[in-house]
Design a protein around this ligand. Structure first.
Ligand SMILES: *Cc1c(COP(=O)(O)O)cnc(C)c1O
Length: 342
């Protein structure tokens, strides 16, 4: 029985070398700010993206929610795409944690244009919530790993500055974008008030997301993280995995992208597949002929050891990662060759 794990890039397990780095980490109590390895990771990320400071958080959801909570007041408005993770997959946290309102826009595969945002910014009038924060995602998960063009981000940055709004980036897969565009972390760091970088997706660490921002913001974020129950102790073991991932697992993301494109080709040959979103990074979203239900097909593949995720009634998502090899690609080909949908 195969184990072809394409449900998510979160399934990766630490490599022996990463485990070694974790075992040898120098640790202390991070709530007392005495964990040297955590501080090293935070300084490393801050320097990489040109920020004053950084904060290692347990998960991407926690880091995004801390950022939003720090940026807005109760009753303010967050502007984001309807496909964004902060809205769809964070348990309603924009409301529950930050007590903010959401203005959902419909962009191109999850990417908003500056003019779309400009059209909905509320004037200063007591009737309205205060348009306070714009949040972007790069790459966009629900958009099939689509990359945000940096020229558009620059226009959005200018718009935010002109209107006294803040700009946040959910950069869970930002490195996937940077590997393709060859833009530098500094190019992107210069454009946002805060960024979250996930270490446990394509980079292969077991957990951890780094939140980036200026000193005052990170000080506030540290307080909110503690309130959320996210103050941790010997986090250096996790930070060591993050440092290892940043040093060794960024460039190889392009291999995941190559495999995603090949998978796209393979799946496009199935007669029940009607459409595939453009494949820009490590995510493949296929659409099925409406006579097939995504849940049914995912179940049938699962029984053959081909693990995928339903992503809507007739859509299925596949994600390539560090633990999905060229041999696995061949095995997917074998499974599909014999597959007859029921
Ligand atoms: C995975 C992911 C997150 C964070 O998820 P956690 O599971 O909480 O670490 C945030 N944004 C996007 C776009 C993601 O794909």
């Amino acid at each position: 029985m195969y184990n072809l794990e394409l449900r998510s890039d979160t399934f990766t397990k630490p490599t022996p070398a990463m485990l070694d780095a974790m075992m040898n980490a120098h640790v202390g109590d991070d709530v007392f700010e005495e964990d040297e390895t955590t501080k090293t990771l935070e300084r490393k990320c801050a320097a990489m993206f040109g920020y004053e400071n950084a904060l290692l958080c347990l998960s991407g959801t926690m880091a995004n929610q801390i950022a939003i909570t720090a940026h807005v007041k109760a009753g303010d408005e967050v502007i984001c795409d309807a496909l964004s993770h902060i809205y769809l997959y964070e348990g309603g946290g924009i409301m529950a944690n930050a007590h903010a309102s959401v203005n959902l826009l419909h962009g191109d595969r999850g990417r908003l244009s500056s003019s779309q945002i400009e059209d909905v910014i509320k004037p200063d009038n007591v009737h309205y919530p205060v348009s306070k924060l714009v949040s972007l995602e790069n790459t966009v998960n629900k958009g099939g790993g689509s990359i945000y063009p940096i020229e558009e981000i620059k226009r959005i940055r200018q718009l935010c500055t002109d209107h006294g709004m803040l700009l946040h980036l959910d950069g869970a897969r930002l490195f996937n974008a940077l590997v393709e565009t060859k833009e530098s972390p500094l190019d992107h760091g210069a454009l946002f008030d805060s960024i979250t970088i996930c270490l446990s997706k394509g980079l292969g660490a077991p957990m951890g997301t780094v939140l980036l921002g200026n000193k005052t913001f990170i000080h506030q974020a540290r307080r909110i993280r503690k309130r959320f129950g996210g103050g941790w102790r010997q986090s250096g073991y996790i930070a060591a995995a993050g440092i290892y991932a940043l040093d060794h697992h960024i460039d190889r993301l392009s291999e995941d992208h190559r495999r995603a494109k090949e998978l796209g080709k393979m799946f496009s040959e199935l007669s029940m597949v009607t459409d595939i979103l453009p494949i820009e990074t490590n995510i493949v979203i296929i659409s099925l002929d409406p006579m097939f239900l995504a849940n049914d097909i995912v179940d049938q593949w699962m029984r053959l050891g081909l693990k995928t995720s339903p992503f809507g009634k007739h859509q299925i998502r596949l994600v390539t990662h560090l633990d999905f090899s060229d041999d696995d690609m061949d095995n997917v080909r074998q499974v599909l060759k014999q597959f007859q949908p029921r």
